[in-house]
Design a protein. Structure first.
Length: 127
């Protein structure tokens, strides 16, 4: 995966989601949104889909710095993290901000992206 950072995590899915939130919090991220993809697809399309949660995470100091450097950067925020089951295994993955924000072409934003990416990788590795 060239746009995300993924690891298999131990334990059952619900516990993995909670540990992901805790790990993100330790790195200064708050969860702004939580989307239960399985429930949403069932409700909207009446289709079955495996356990899959999208967390929209924000680190306020970095978000503020990015917004000061590039007013439209909010189009690319917050950082998305997913936790899902696949063939009996549970995975957590985070967007790579350096990849996602490369198109912006702003060196200040690129520097912030590197710092945020390091924190996201630490959070994923700590689950």
């Amino acid at each position: 995966m060239h746009y995300g950072y993924k690891r298999e995590v131990s334990g059952a899915f619900p516990e993995a989601v909670e540990r992901t939130k805790l790990s993100l919090a330790k790195e200064g991220f708050g969860i702004l949104t939580e989307i239960d993809v399985q429930a949403t697809l069932k409700k909207k399309l009446d289709v079955e889909f495996g356990r899959y949660v999208i967390l929209g995470a924000c680190n306020p100091p970095f978000a503020y710095q990015a917004l000061q450097s590039e007013r439209d950067i909010g189009l690319l925020l917050p950082c998305n993290i997913v936790v899902y089951e696949d063939e009996g295994k549970v995975y957590a993955a985070a967007i790579l901000p350096t990849v996602a924000l490369a198109a912006v072409g702003n060196t200040a934003v690129a520097d912030i992206a590197k710092q945020v990416e390091a924190k996201l990788k630490t959070a994923i590795d700590s689950i």
